[in-house]
Write a protein that binds this ligand. Structure first.
Ligand code: KIV
Ligand code: ZN
Length: 396
């Protein structure tokens, strides 16, 4: 098999913020031990940058970021703060044990609404504070990310000016978030393209996407940002995060893998770790994963209707665009219910070790359908009961 060499220009860095933006969603608080376990897992999965927390927000967050920075093996460890000196110093101290893999990430809002209502600052003051923040952080670490909160509702000329200024001050990554999940794919691509074209020093920083899911477009917008030239993706396991959540890591990674013809990028994530990662994060946060969630939901590889089951049993690619194994799932499941056909029923009988005659199968199938009308799901015990009844009747 020949493999195409991977070009550095198509490399996408995966920045996981499950432990920061993910933990910010109501009810998803994790314990210190859970955070360490998740950070270790993310590191092993091939995540490039782990945002481990918001060090100034609490003593517990500081300790978690600090310990994760100590224990990390490969990933860059980032902490988040605002652009003020106290936040930056605390953040730099927390990530310090990661050595040359330590990143300070700072954020300030750039939209007219946020600057006026929330910050009570003029655009010039926001530029000055950002430049001062980046300069300060660069005196402590070589890896500095600056984020323009609410970038997608910001004035494009202002975004260009502030981006140029923070890169000049030493920002190595510039993140332009869709903080409120407002943008559209086409708009997000254009924003990155325009800024990269108009900012003279734009090639000195990596541009980053960070999308929220308020209109259900976080993953589509994330991928669109890559088309505009961004090369860092900020995302979370299971898409947990503020309000409707963030772009889901597993969805972004598999969209790139499955539709590499459309998204010709590569990253370091081992996709066979995705199913386990989803379970670990769901257990730690007590956040259930919705049944129909793409990639990792209980139904993502389950087939109930007769037409689909028949197709999958003949050749799984009829209704599966990726194999369960490619995301670390042992096998897809054929769920028996009122929409199921004979083919799937016989298949399940064989799997359970039954060899019935044609008439017995027909009888048991009719009774399975009747049962499915009353009871939503048919379990193996139900089938066993149906078949045992069938066998008893045949002996009478
Ligand atoms: O959504 C957002 O704008 C953020 C920033 C802190 C990056 O989470
Ligand atoms: Zn966010």
């Amino acid at each position: 098999m020949t493999t195409t060499p991977k070009s550095e220009k198509d490399r996408v860095f995966i920045f996981d913020t499950t432990l920061r933006d993910g933990e910010q969603c109501p009810g998803a608080t994790m314990t210190f031990e859970e955070k360490l376990e998740i950070a270790e897992m993310l590191d092993d999965m091939g995540v490039d940058i782990i945002e481990a927390g918001f060090p100034i927000s609490s003593e517990g967050d500081f300790e978690a970021v600090h310990e994760i920075a100590k224990r990390s093996k490969k990933a860059v460890i980032a902490g988040l703060g605002r652009v003020n000196p106290k936040d930056i110093d605390r953040c730099a101290e927390a990530v310090k044990p990661a050595g040359d893999r330590a990143r300070v990430h700072m954020v300030i809002a750039t939209s007219p609404l946020h600057m006026r209502v929330k910050l009570n600052m003029t655009p010039e003051q926001v530029i000055d504070a950002s430049v001062a923040g980046v300069t300060r952080a660069r005196n402590m670490v070589s890896n500095v990310e600056w984020s323009a909160e609410d970038a997608t509702r910001s004035d494009i000329d202002f975004l260009c000016r502030i981006t140029e200024a923070v890169i000049k001050a030493g920002a190595t990554t510039v993140n332009l978030p869709d903080t409120v999940g407002y943008t559209t794919p086409e708009e997000y691509t254009r924003m990155f393209r325009t800024i990269r074209e108009r900012v003279p020093n734009s090639d000195q920083a990596i541009f980053s996407v960070h999308c929220h899911n308020d209109l259900g477009m976080a993953v589509a917008n994330t991928l669109a940002g890559l088309d505009g030239g961004a090369r860092q993706i900020e995302c979370t396991i299971n898409g947990i995060g503020e309000r409707a959540g963030n772009a889901a890591l597993e969805e972004v990674v598999m969209a790139i893998n499955v539709r590499n013809d459309k998204f010709p990028y590569w990253n370091n994530i081992d996709p066979t770790t995705l199913t386990r990662a989803s379970k670990v994060v769901s257990a730690a946060t007590s956040f259930p994963v919705q049944y129909n969630k793409a990639i990792v939901g209980r139904n993502a590889f389950a087939h109930e209707s007769g037409i689909h089951q028949d197709g999958v049993l003949k050749d799984a690619s009829t209704y599966e665009i990726m194999t369960p194994a490619s995301v670390g799932l042992k096998h897809s499941s054929i769920v028996l219910g009122k929409h199921s056909g004979r083919h799937a029923f016989v298949h399940r009988l064989e799997e359970l070790g039954y060899k019935l005659g044609k008439n017995q199968i027909e009888d048991a199938f009719i009774r399975m359908k009747a049962l499915a009308d009353r009871k939503k799901d048919i379990y193996d015990e139900d089938i066993e009961a149906l078949v045992d009844q069938e066998i008893i009747q045949a002996h009478d």
